[in-house]
Design a protein. Structure first.
Lengths: 176, 336
C-alpha cells in the first residue's frame, strides 16, 4: 500500500474506530476483547484495501469482518460462555443517587441481559437495534438469509426480555 | 433503522447507552497500530509461503519490509499463523513417513543382504543355532537364505518336535506350518537335521572314522525334505597304517537326503542332481553323475533316502555302491 492509500486508510480507521469498537463491545461485553476484535477487523480491511473499489461499502465490509471475528473468537475453547445456575450480582450502586445511578444500573442490567442471549441472536439484535440495519443489510453482514435474520431477531428479543425478567425477579435485582 | 417495531425502539436507547459507557477504558486501537499489525502479519505470511523470494520484485521497486513492531502481534496473528502450523504438520508427517519407511526398509535390507550369503554361511548359521548361541537376526538371515520347506509330520518318527517348534519359532517362522517332521530338527538350513537315531544308524553303517559328524545340509532343497546331512571325510586316526587311504579320505564328502517321495520317484530324475536312477535287483535304485559318483536310493514308509556324493563339489563319497546301499538301508530302518 502506498503512502497515499495508507493515509486514506488511517483516516478511515480514525473515523470509524469508536463505532466499530462499541459494536464489538455490545457483541462481546468486554472492552479489551472489543479492542482485539476491532483490530482484527481493521487488519483484515488493511489487507483488502487495495482491492476495494466501492469505498461506500467499507462499513459493511468492516462489519462483516467484525462479525466473523466475533464468531471465531466466541468459538475458541477459552472463550466459550458457560451457563451458570446463579447469575452474578448486579452492581450495587445505591450510594449513588439520581439519574446517574439508574443509568449505571440500566447499563449493567443491559450488559448482563445481553450476555445471556446466544451469540447469533445477540449479533442480530446489535446490528438491527444498535447499528440500525434493516433485515437485508443484517443478512449481508451476517452472511445468512433474511428469513434467518427475522427468526433470529424474534428469538433474540424473546431471550433478551426473558433475561430482563429474570434479573428483575432475582433478589436485589434491578427494577428497570 | 427502517422496520423496527416502535415497541422495541427503547432497545436502541439501551444499547446506545451501554455502548457509550463513559467508564469505558480508552481504546488501544489506532491507525498506526493497525498498520503495524497488518504489516507484521503480511510479512510473516510472505516469509512462510515464499522463503526464497528475491529481495527485489523485478520492477526495480524495493520490497516492503516489515517495520520493527513495538507491540506484540495482534491476537489474530498470535493465534492463527496457519502457514506455520501447516508447515509444522507437513514436517511431522514427513518425519512419520520417514520413520515408517525406515521401519520397513531396514529389516528388509538386512534380510536382503543376507540373501547373498553363501551356503557355507547358512550352514555356519545353522551350526551356531544348534550350539545355542545364534542371534535372532542371524537365524532370520539364514532362513531367508534357505527357506525351510518340510513335509507333513510322519507319526512314526517320534523325537523332539517341541525342540523343532522352538527352533522354528526362533527363526521367525510359524511353528505349526513350518515345523519339520518328527525326528528332525529344523534349523536355518532347508534340510532339517538328522535325528539322533538316524544319525547313530548312519554312523554305524559307515566305515569307522571315515567321516565326521553330520553337518546341516543347506543347498539343493527338494519339495519335501525330511532330513539331510553332509558328512565330510576325515583323516583316519594317527594309528592308521594305510596312509594312502588316509590322504584320500581328506577329500571325501557324503550327503544323506531324506525326502517324502513315492517309491521309484528318482526314475524320472533326481530333484537335486537331475540324474535319473535305475532300479536294481536288490530293490535299491542307483544313479551316477559320472565315474566314481554313485548315489543310492532306497524307499520305504513314504520316504526316499538318497546317499551319495555332495553334488555341489567334485568330491567323491569315498564309498562303494554296496556301502552306500547299506548305509541307506540303515537310515531307512532308523526312520521306522
Amino acid at each position: 500500500m502506498d503512502p497515499e492509500e495508507e493515509a486514506r486508510f488511517s483516516v478511515y480507521v480514525t473515523a470509524r474506530r469508536d463505532q466499530v469498537r462499541r459494536t464489538a463491545y455490545l457483541m462481546c461485553g468486554d472492552w479489551h476483547r472489543a479492542d482485539d476484535l476491532t483490530q482484527i477487523a481493521f487488519v483484515k480491511l488493511y489487507g483488502a484495501w487495495s482491492q476495494i473499489r466501492d469505498y461506500g461499502a467499507l462499513d459493511a465490509f468492516v462489519r462483516r469482518c467484525l462479525m466473523r471475528a466475533t464468531v471465531d473468537e466466541s468459538r475458541r475453547p477459552w472463550r466459550r460462555e458457560r451457563a451458570v445456575e446463579e447469575l452474578p450480582e448486579v452492581a450495587d450502586v445505591s450510594p449513588i443517587s439520581g439519574d446517574f445511578a439508574s443509568t449505571v444500573v440500566d447499563r449493567e442490567v443491559v450488559r448482563q441481559a445481553l450476555e445471556q442471549v446466544p451469540p447469533g441472536q445477540r449479533a442480530v439484535l446489535v446490528l438491527r437495534y444498535y447499528e440500525g440495519l434493516d433485515v437485508s443489510a443484517t443478512a449481508a453482514a451476517l452472511e445468512c438469509s433474511e428469513g434467518n435474520v427475522k427468526s433470529q431477531t424474534a428469538r433474540g428479543l424473546a431471550a433478551l426480555k426473558a433475561a430482563f425478567a429474570r434479573q428483575a425477579a432475582a433478589p436485589g435485582g434491578a427494577s428497570s | 433503522m427502517t422496520d423496527i417495531d416502535p415497541a422495541d425502539a427503547q432497545l436502541t436507547r439501551l444499547f446506545t447507552d451501554l455502548a457509550n459507557d463513559p467508564a469505558a477504558p480508552p481504546s488501544t486501537v489506532d491507525a498506526s497500530s493497525v498498520i503495524r499489525a497488518a504489516r507484521a502479519a503480511a510479512a510473516e505470511v510472505e516469509a512462510d509461503e515464499a522463503p526464497d523470494r528475491p529481495t527485489d520484485d523485478g520492477a526495480g521497486r524495493p520490497p516492503v519490509l516489515a517495520p520493527v513492531v513495538d507491540d506484540p502481534p495482534p491476537a489474530e496473528v498470535r493465534q492463527f499463523r496457519p502457514s506455520r502450523r501447516r508447515r509444522t504438520l507437513v514436517a511431522l508427517l514427513a518425519a512419520a513417513s520417514l520413520a515408517a519407511v525406515a521401519a520397513l526398509v531396514i529389516p528388509l535390507s538386512l534380510s536382503g543382504g543376507s540373501s547373498t550369503n553363501t551356503s557355507a554361511d547358512a550352514e555356519r548359521a545353522v551350526a551356531q543355532s544348534s550350539a545355542g548361541d545364534l542371534s535372532a537376526g542371524d537365524l532370520a538371515a539364514g532362513a531367508a537364505a534357505a527357506p525351510p520347506t518340510v513335509k507333513a509330520a510322519a507319526p512314526d518318527q517320534g523325537v523332539s518336535s517341541a525342540a523343532a517348534a522352538e527352533t522354528a519359532a526362533a527363526a521367525g517362522s510359524a511353528p505349526a506350518a513350518d515345523a519339520p517332521a518328527d525326528g528332525f530338527t529344523a534349523g536355518a538350513a532347508c534340510w532339517p537335521a538328522l535325528s539322533e537315531p538316524v544319525a547313530r544308524a548312519l554312523a554305524a553303517a559307515l566305515p569307522a572314522g571315515a567321516y565326521g559328524d553330520p553337518e546341516p545340509l543347506a543347498d539343493d532343497c527338494t519339495a519335501a525334505p525330511v532330513g539331510g546331512a553332509l558328512l565330510s571325510g576325515t583323516i583316519p586316526p594317527a594309528d592308521a597304517t594305510d596312509t594312502a587311504a588316509a590322504s584320500a579320505a581328506a577329500g571325501f564328502a557324503l550327503t544323506v537326503r531324506i525326502s517324502a517321495a513315492d517309491p521309484g520317484a528318482c526314475v524320472d530324475a533326481d530333484p537335486v542332481t537331475g540324474a535319473p536312477c535305475v532300479p536294481q535287483l536288490d530293490g535299491t535304485y542307483l544313479a551316477t553323475e559320472g565315474p566314481g559318483a554313485p548315489t543310492v536310493y532306497v524307499y520305504g514308509g513314504g520316504n526316499e533316502v538318497a546317499i551319495g556324493r555332495f553334488p555341489g563339489t567334485g568330491a567323491s563319497s569315498g564309498l562303494s555302491i554296496d556301502q552306500l546301499a547299506a548305509a541307506a538301508q540303515a537310515v531307512l530302518g532308523a526312520l521306522g
